[in-house]
Design a protein around this ligand. Structure first.
Ligand SMILES: [Zn+2]
Length: 113
């Protein structure tokens, strides 16, 4: 499962941040998951709960924010959040658009003790 390697990388990243801050425990983790990142939120949660044991994240609250696909139109400059995966400006219907958000997954914030 793809999410397993995503979580292992995430836990490694969190451990590094915790070490830098001399934290002994992580209490809350907030991640952002783009709808087009290829990461399934419920699978990510399962993977997190599987791997967090015996790590600094054991017992941490895991919050996932789903980021819709966001595009910027190159014609009229309007920014649209897409309900459906349809790369087209919602104002002028141009397909000359640039993706500005929703294609990645990353760590947004950490609370540590
Ligand atoms: Zn437009």
């Amino acid at each position: 499962m793809h999410e397993y390697s995503v979580v292992q990388a995430l836990l490694k990243q969190i451990e590094d941040v915790a070490k830098e801050n001399d934290a002994s425990k992580v209490t809350k983790i907030v991640v952002k998951i783009g709808v087009m990142s290829g990461v399934e939120a419920h699978l990510l949660e399962i993977a997190f709960n599987t791997f967090k044991e015996k790590t600094i994240c054991d017992g941490a609250e895991f919050v996932m924010n789903i980021q819709p696909l966001t595009i910027e139109c190159q014609e009229c400059k309007s920014v649209s959040k897409l309900e459906k995966i349809h790369y087209c400006c919602q104002k002028c219907e141009s397909i000359n658009v640039r993706v500005v958000d929703g294609e990645d997954m990353f760590l947004m914030s950490l609370e540590m003790e």
